[in-house]
Design a protein around this ligand. Structure first.
Ligand code: SAJ
Length: 434
């Protein structure tokens, strides 16, 4: 049974601490936030995720997960603190402060594992010197390892156990010690390497997704220009056994994909593709606004209903959400916005009721891939809106169904507008008589 201190009880630290406890470790969870500590002490889980709530409560009930504001001496220390971006670079202040917090408790034979996403070299150049201030040396006296988290928000409990893990060590012995801890609950393979490689792998994975999405977004614009449907193109291209193009959309949000690729950049290299992908994806919300503006041309005092504000489907998180960027820009331009998202409550623009959001709207913009939207009845919406226009930036709803309810449906990446049968007939009549 390992003795573990987990620093940072957020999206990653909390499930990690709970998993370790439920698999036999004696875990001491530490956080600097009084609200988080108070919530956990009262049996409440600060992160609203059903599967996580059950796991954490079980772990606390076993008495093998205890919560505190201070670390203690232990065999293992796992750092799960955030690394947001600041001026397009990693803000390492939380990692440094976590390392300082545990430095006095790391003893001979302890293993320190960093999980936070960091630029290559951080563990050896930043974390190691802080830990060594106490007089012990990383390698001979204590072990230092890096094991990036790789889970998908919304599916954390399953992925934390099933995904393969990468463990980098300052030495092979350091990696081996860290592997032993993860092997208590990880069913995926655990691959061992050195510190900087493990740090780099995590960033390469997320940069890959960002570049691939940027490629899909660029293809979407090109497809529109050529009068081709990008969604059909991607579907067919992905039938090739070695092609896997991701999906275009209104932009890239969340706390990982739009941030992590920047951590790879180095002043020694003139990187072109990663910054270009970032710029391409950052330009998506203004592109959506441009299209929305063209769909609103000639309408006085327009009201737009934004469908979905989270950064992606099945998420309740609005960090770096492209939907928010679209809403903000339209609002700045004087457009009235009502947003509906069944998973997000936001004071500024969110409304709980779909009907309230769409009442009197002249344009509906689908901004998040919400499974729930597939069940909305367009006939009901048609009766409430002022004008029947839908702009689907995610290719997420049944366009024919909406067109049958007399909506004019514009799909991002597809220049062909879906028209209701009545309007399609009118359009043919107009074009043949002109
Ligand atoms: N997006 C697209 N097109 C796509 C896929 C995503 O436009 O084809 C957009 C999404 O709508 C969203 C953004 O990109 O705005 C990021 O989405 P994501 O699903 O790639 O990323 P996250 O932030 O939810 O989670 C990722 C993990 N992604 C998956 O497992 C699919 C994983 O790669 C990372 O381990 C994790 O972030 C992390 O924590 O680093």
């Amino acid at each position: 049974m390992a003795n573990v201190v987990v620093i940072g009880l957020g999206y990653i630290g909390l499930p990690t601490a709970a998993m370790l406890a439920l698999h036999g470790s004696d875990v001491h969870g530490v956080d600097i936030s009084p609200q988080t500590l108070e919530a956990l002490h009262n049996g409440n889980i600060p992160i609203r995720k059903k599967d996580l709530t059950a796991i954490v409560r079980d772990a606390i009930r076993t008495n093998r997960l205890r919560i505190s504001e201070k670390p203690k001496k232990a065999e293992y220390f796992v750092l799960c603190v955030p690394t947001p971006k600041k001026d397009r670079q990693a803000d390492l202040s939380a990692v440094k402060s976590a390392a300082k917090t545990i430095a006095g408790y790391v003893g001979r034979g302890s293993t320190v594992i960093v999980e936070s996403t960091v630029p290559p070299g951080t563990c050896s150049d930043t974390v190691r010197p802080i830990l060594e201030k106490g007089g012990l040396q990383a390698g001979p006296d204590f072990h230092l390892a890096y094991c990036p988290e790789r889970v998908m928000p919304g599916n954390i409990i399953r992925e934390i156990q099933e995904n393969d893990r990468i463990v980098g060590g300052l030495s092979p012995m350091c990696a081996e010690r860290a592997r032993e801890l993860y092997a208590t609950f990880v069913r995926g393979k655990i691959h061992l390497t050195d510190l900087a490689t493990a740090e780099f792998v995590k960033l390469a994975e997320n940069a890959f997704r960002d570049v691939n999405i940027a490629f899909a977004n660029e293809l979407a614009d090109l497809a529109e220009a050529h009068g081709v449907d990008i969604w059909e193109v991607i579907d067919l291209a992905n039938r090739h056994p070695r092609v896997n193009i991701l999906r275009p959309g209104p932009g890239v949000g969340g706390h990982c994909i739009p941030v992590d690729p920047l951590f790879l950049l180095s002043s020694k290299v003139r990187a072109r593709m990663i910054p270009a992908a970032r710029d391409t994806n950052d330009c998506r919300p203004p592109q959506v606004v441009r299209i929305a503006r063209s769909l609103l041309r000639g309408v006085r005092n327009p009201k737009v209903a934004a469908m979905g504000v989270a950064f992606k489907g099945n998420a309740d998180d609005i960090r770096e959400s492209p939907a928010i960027a679209v809403i903000d820009q339209l609002q700045e331009e004087g457009v009235r916005i009502a947003a509906y998202d069944p998973m997000v409550a936001h004071d500024l623009f969110s409304t709980v009721h779909l009907e309230e959001a769409i009442e009197g709207a002249v344009l509906l913009i689908d901004l998040a891939e919400r499974r729930e939207f597939a069940y909305i009845d367009p006939e009901m919406i048609a009766r409430k809106v002022r004008r029947r226009f839908l702009f689907d930036t995610r290719n997420a709803v049944d366009h024919i169904k909406w067109a049958e309810a007399s909506f004019e449906v514009h799909v991002l990446g597809n220049a062909n507008v879906f028209l209701s049968r009545k309007r399609a007939v009118e359009a043919v009549v107009v074009s043949s008589s002109s």
